[in-house]
Design a protein around this ligand. Structure first.
Ligand SMILES: [Zn+2]
Length: 403
């Protein structure tokens, strides 16, 4: 991958300034199913916006992918807010910044008790649905934020964090990432201790971003099901961040779930091939971004997302359509079975495919699966029931381990 594209696909800061197009109309059956189902998104980078005191999540915004009015319109029951800082930041600073983001999520929930409720279990999510509130959950995206200290991991759990992705794009001191040169041959002994402590604490071990060897070391070490909070299928789009068919099968045997990521660079091989073959496209994007943002780094990421989508729309980059999300889901179901696939959008942190401008568009996925012949009960599993099962099972294992 080339540089700007690489930056755009790391699942980070950006808030899309997308010119939103209205969601496609869906069948009454899909609409009903969406509103009666538990719908969970296991990976959203909206937390970066919560750090801005002026951002009101209860107001409808014309930029970004997520806010309360649009989550309601899209029928989302539960959102995992991602706690993320770059993998190069480590030590006490990383811990501090992670705690600041956890505080931002908790404060957002506290200030909006009619719209949001903090959730840490499957029961909490079901209760939120009954009360017509949106369940807010948290996942720490990158083991670098625990500062090599199990007491910090325990603090994360106590504050309500329910998963930790073991690495981001860089290796930690105890686990290899899929996008860095291997240093540890997977998990170190301490890395295995981290997995075991997460099992005891009732935190889901998230295998998105980790190397294939780390993934297999996790499966061997974990006593509870694990999940990939935001990964797609490598046999359709050959990104190291995606999962091979063998990995998807083995994840299913462990009882886990692959949550499909909507980022264009993880969905489309054509898009990736174009990136590799056209370094000049990167230059064009960079020039546009610099013109728009000057030296404002936050703005650069935001503008990058916007520009890539505009270029797709204008035919300057391969067009990646929202239906490719359904294609990845369907592939993963064929490999793993319908009990092991879910949704991990990467909203507010990636480049969304055309037609998936924001969370109001997610009923299209339900409609697309019904049109493919999926039963309502199977669609319900993909929308959220599979994730609830993992949450419950991880909690049960934790209770056993604490006996
Ligand atoms: Zn990510």
């Amino acid at each position: 991958m080339t540089r700007v594209f690489a930056v755009l696909s790391v699942c980070l800061l950006g808030v899309l300034m997308t010119v939103t197009t209205p969601a496609q109309s869906v069948s009454p059956q899909a609409k009903n199913l969406q509103s009666s189902s538990i719908v969970i998104d296991t990976h959203d980078d909206t937390t970066q916006r919560l750090l801005d005191a002026h951002f009101d999540i209860t107001a409808r915004h014309s930029d970004g992918n997520i806010d309360v009015p649009r989550m309601r319109e899209g029928g989302l029951t539960a959102i995992f807010f991602s706690i993320w800082i770059p993998g190069k930041t480590t030590g006490p600073e990383a811990v501090k910044r992670a705690l600041d983001q956890i505080d931002a999520v908790r404060e957002t929930v506290r200030k909006h008790p009619h719209e949001l409720v903090l959730a840490t279990s499957a029961d909490d999510v079901r209760a939120a649905k009954r009360q017509s509130k949106i369940a807010a959950l948290m996942g720490v995206e990158g083991g670098h934020m625990m500062g090599n200290d199990l007491s910090v991991l325990r603090t994360f759990a106590a504050l309500g964090v329910r998963y930790m992705t073991l690495t981001h794009m860089e290796n930690t001191e105890w686990a290899d990432s899929s996008t860095a040169k291997p240093e540890h041959n997977g998990l170190t002994d301490f890395g295995k201790d981290v997995v075991r402590e997460m099992n005891r604490l009732g935190m889901i071990v998230d295998v998105s971003h980790v190397s294939d060897k780390t993934f297999y070391d996790v499966l061997a070490a974990s006593k509870a099901p694990v999940f990939a909070s935001h990964s797609s299928c490598r046999s359709i789009c050959n990104a190291a961040r995606n999962m091979t068919d063998d990995m998807i099968r083995d994840l299913a045997k462990n009882g886990g779930v692959i949550q499909i990521n909507y980022h264009v660079g993880f969905l489309s091989q054509e898009f990736r091939d174009y990136e590799a073959a056209h370094p000049e496209a990167e230059k064009e994007i960079k020039a546009e971004v610099d013109k728009h943002c000057g030296s404002d780094e936050g703005c650069k990421l935001t503008a990058g997302d916007h520009i890539v989508r505009e270029m797709m729309q204008a035919g300057k980059l391969p067009k990646v359509d929202w239906t490719s999300i359904v294609e990845h889901i369907d592939h993963a179901v064929k490999i793993a079975g319908v009990d092991h696939v879910g949704l991990g959008s990467d909203f507010d942190g990636a480049v969304m495919p055309l037609g998936m401008d924001d969370v109001t568009h997610i009923p299209q996925i339900t409609d697309g699966l019904l049109k493919k012949g999926y039963s309502e009960s199977d669609v319900g599993k993909i929308l959220g029931e599979n994730t609830l099962r993992v949450l419950s099972e991880v909690q049960r294992v934790s209770q056993d381990l604490n006996k």
